[in-house]
Design a protein around this ligand. Structure first.
Ligand code: INI
Length: 173
């Protein structure tokens, strides 16, 4: 799959207006094993972004499938030990409506955890029609950083954690 065929903007593909700086920030990554050949590439992308940004630490947790990501994210949020959570999964459309339930509930559940706990939860879940489409969104065959939704999700987590810090310190006298 040639990555240059992707003609839509992605965060890992666009010039950034902010500095990727995660010094002093702690992250939890929760990653689904289902479609592991893709989710491990997402994990590689997320690790690359966090290492490049100088994150203080990150811990990786696995769950069986994407449907389990929201509960794991909630458990991690309640620990109070992280500045943001990065959720990674890959849902590929089959011939039944199963895809819609798994993809929809995963997205809804992750947003619910973020809104209920106030902790940033980045949505690094690929929803695709085919394995090839999914691979093209996970950095291609080698799981590189460009066009990698795991890298993008980690960047989002860093930016939202920093935003939370800025808002906490804003509005003073
Ligand atoms: N889980 C995924 O992460 N991706 C899929 O494509 C998928 N499909 O197609 O079934 C999938 N199913 C498993 C699901 O996430 C749960 O693990 C399972 O239903 C048990 O709760």
């Amino acid at each position: 799959m040639k990555l240059r065929n992707l003609n839509y903007p992605t965060m890992s593909n666009e010039p950034m207006e902010w500095k990727l700086d995660a010094h002093g920030l702690k992250f939890a990554i929760v990653v689904a094993r289902f479609n592991r050949s893709i989710t491990e590439k997402l994990l590689k992308g997320a690790r690359d972004a966090l290492n490049r940004a100088g994150a203080e630490s990150f811990e990786v947790f696995h769950v069986p499938g994407s449907f389990e990501l929201p509960l794991a994210a909630k458990m991690l949020a309640h620990k109070g030990a992280y500045n943001a959570i990065i959720a990674l999964g890959t849902v590929i459309r089959g011939e039944t409506p199963h895809f819609d339930y798994v993809a929809g509930e995963t997205a809804r559940g992750l947003q619910q955890v973020a809104l209920e706990t106030g902790l940033p939860v980045a949505f690094g879940v690929i929803t695709a029609n085919t394995l090839e489409q999914a691979e093209a969104r996970a950095g291609g065959k080698r799981g590189g950083s460009r066009n990698n939704k795991g890298y993008d999700a980690a960047m989002t987590a860093i930016e939202m954690a920093r935003l939370q810090h800025s808002i906490a310190n804003a509005g003073g006298p």
